[in-house]
Ligand binder design. Structure first.
Ligand SMILES: [Mg+2]
Length: 234
């Protein structure tokens, strides 16, 4: 087998547990806005969530850009609530800034910083996320010469393009020399494998399937990655 020279990583639920981050972010920015504008009695959180889905359905091309969908949904809602257009835009933007601040209050798994230090000596490292985390805002971002925010592009995962872009910018590295690490079967494992990359699948729900496709390896947690790589390279 070809040696592995580059690793690409998913972010959410790969380097940290994302459910508590999203729960804090979702209620946090909405409550913050309500304290300033008083809109939430007319538009409870569930209505905001319903409208986001409806807005995204009306804009299929940009529906993966969650930050944009949130901002535009809030702006429309605040106009409907009775704010002047300029005020609605101002408060929607302010709430989004609050949302993004909360979104980056992340605790990476404790083994991750030292692991990336070591892996960065041996491999080129890239990140590919559909989420709206700006990796450069986190301390671990310094390990990644290539970061692809695919959700904000026209081609989020499972599209092949963000993987191909990462590999191109990491070398170029042929897919056969790349290993992708991620938790989503649909958005990480299948597209990377289809390109001919090897894949470390983080089985965060402990599904433990009886068999895996060739070139796909199961990890119970990201902390098991160095041992997997040692085995593959051994
Ligand atoms: Mg993920």
């Amino acid at each position: 087998m070809r040696p592995i020279t580059a690793l690409t990583f998913d972010l959410d639920d790969t380097f940290w547990d994302n459910a508590p981050v999203m729960a804090r972010t979702e209620t946090g920015h909405y409550d913050w806005l309500h304290e300033r504008v008083g809109h939430a009695e007319h538009f409870p959180l569930e209505e905001y969530q319903r409208r986001r889905l409806a807005f995204a359905a009306r804009h299929p091309v940009r529906r993966g850009d969650f930050t944009w969908v949130r901002r535009e949904t809030l702006r429309e809602m605040l106009v409907e609530f009775g704010l002047e257009a300029a005020d609605a835009a101002h408060w929607a933007e302010a709430a989004i800034e609050r949302m993004l601040a909360l979104r980056h209050e992340i605790e990476v798994f404790e083994e991750v910083p030292a692991m990336l230090d070591a892996l960065g000596q041996r491999y080129r490292l890239g990140a590919i996320t559909n989420g709206n985390v700006d990796l450069t805002r986190l301390a671990i971002g310094r390990h990644f010469p290539v970061i692809i925010n695919a959700g904000e592009s026209l081609a989020p995962k499972p599209d092949a393009r963000p993987f191909l872009a990462a590999l191109a910018r990491l070398g170029p590295v042929p897919p056969s020399q790349g290993l992708h690490v991620g938790d989503s079967w649909r958005e990480d494992v299948l597209p990377a494998r289809r390109l001919g990359m090897r894949v470390a699948w983080i089985d965060k729900d402990d599904e433990r399937p009886a068999s895996l496709p060739e070139g796909v390896y199961r990890l119970g947690h990201i902390r098991e990655l160095p041992a997997l790589l040692d085995g593959l390279e051994g």
